[in-house]
Every structure is written in C-alpha cells, then in structure tokens.
Design a binder for this molecule. Structure first.
Ligand code: SF4
Length: 238
C-alpha cells in the first residue's frame, strides 16, 4: 500500500494559477458568485498565496500553492462530532460528505485554513454545468469540503494497476494540480518508495513541512532555498 504525499517547489512556482483552475474543474468546486465572495464565502480547495520577501526596493514576491496537507495527526479529525473526517490507511485525510452535519468545528481546528463550508446550493451558469466531472460528486449546502489529493484519480490508478497485476508506477497517480502545472512545481507519489520523485524531494535539505512544530504531521512538503517558512495566511471563508 502506498503512503501518499506531495512536494511543492516554490522556487519553480510562478503563480500562474493553472493548478487552481485544474483543481476546480476536476473536483466540481462550485463558484461562489460575487455576492458570496464579497463576504468571504468562497470555496477553494487550492489557493496560491503571495508572500513578499525583502525590503523595498529589493523585494520579491513568492507564490505558494496551499491545499489540505493531509495531516497524520489531523486536528480536524479529532474535533468532528460525527467522525466525518478520518485518515485512510494510505495516508489521505478523507471527508465523508453524507456524514457531515455542518458544525464547522473542523474548519476552526485546522491551522491551514483549507476547509470550506457550502453556504449555498452549488450551481454553475450555462454552459459551465457541462464541465461537471462525473467521477466526483457535487456536494450540497451545509457541509464541509476540501482537497482530497484527487482521490478519484488515485483509486483509478490503483484499479488499473490491480487489473494489470502490478504496483502503481511512480507518477501514475497524478492530482489535477500536479498534472496541470507547467512549471512541474508539484510532485505527488508514494512517500514510502525511496525511488519516487516525491520521497526524494521530501528528503531534500530544501524541504520543510508547514507549521510542523504544531505536531500535525502534514504530508505536503515545501521546497525553497534559504530559511523561508511555509506559513499560510490566516482567515478564509470559514
Ligand atoms: S500551476 Fe504550477 S506554477 Fe502555476 S501557480 Fe500552480 S504550482 Fe505555481
């Protein structure tokens, strides 16, 4: 069984947001609309943060993609009163949408602010409803949602490999963000495979995990030269 994880090289990321568009399209992330967005009720499984480094005039803007980091010791899981979120044996932080009762306790407990609440029934203006991915359920009003590492793609790769009586090859299971990134800044794979690209990047001296000091055990590694800290901004729709 794989031990899924991700590495993001922020030295490669140029902030193009192709990963964000790919994530929204693959996972049927609904548009909030201008009125809901104006009061902070957007839904984004993946966002690209801007961090300014240095002092004027020698400043540099760095772009940092942020999604659910699939913690090994997830604070969200321990506060959910109905166990709607839990860790799968292969390391994913899963969300059972039909079980969620919408207390939003998980969003308050998550230090990465990557969980979002459906304030309204999702809808897409025509013809955008034709972009809905049939492999992914459209969620409904009153529940939480967040990045799944594109679990539908992982399971499809596993099913294909099982049918061929072999293991999933490195790079075969690709979340939409990793596949779409023109800079190849996002790498996904098996952290237990010493030959996988993600495990080698995770071992890099440039790698660190965001807010690791909290003991959450995030499965996303950020790579960058220098003493940068992979912080995330406070505040979100929830
Ligand atoms: S697609 Fe790649 S380069 Fe563009 S914002 Fe996302 S991670 Fe950065």
């Amino acid at each position: 069984m794989a031990n899924w994880g991700m590495a993001i090289d922020v030295d490669r990321c140029d902030g193009c947001n192709a990963c964000v568009v790919a994530c929204r399209t693959e996972n049927n992330v609904p548009p909030a609309g201008p009125e809901q967005a104006a009061i902070g009720r957007t839904i984004e499984w993946l966002r690209v943060e801007r961090h300014v480094e240095g002092e004027f005039p020698n400043v540099r803007v760095r772009f940092v993609p942020v999604m659910c980091v699939h913690c090994d010791e997830a604070p969200c899981a321990s506060v959910c009163p109905v166990s709607a979120t839990y860790e799968t044996p292969d390391g994913l932080n899963a969300q059972i949408h039909p079980r969620c009762i919408g207390t939003r306790a998980c969003a308050q407990a998550c230090p990465y602010t990557v969980r979002h609440f459906n304030w309204g029934e999702p809808s897409w203006e025509a013809p955008l409803e034709q972009t809905i991915n049939p492999d992914v359920a459209v969620r409904w009003k009153g529940i939480m949602e967040k990045c799944t590492f594109c679990v539908q793609r992982i399971r499809r790769a596993e099913d294909t490999a099982r049918g061929d009586e072999r293991e999933v090859q490195d790079g075969e299971a690709q979340p939409a963000c990793a596949q779409a990134c023109p800079a190849q800044a996002i790498v996904f794979g098996d952290l237990d495979d010493p030959e996988s690209a993600v495990s080698q990047q995770a071992e890099s001296p440039r790698a660190e995990r965001p807010m690791e000091e909290l003991g959450t055990g995030p499965r996303v590694f950020y790579l960058k030269e220098g003493d940068w800290r992979g912080s995330v901004r406070p505040g979100s729709s929830d």
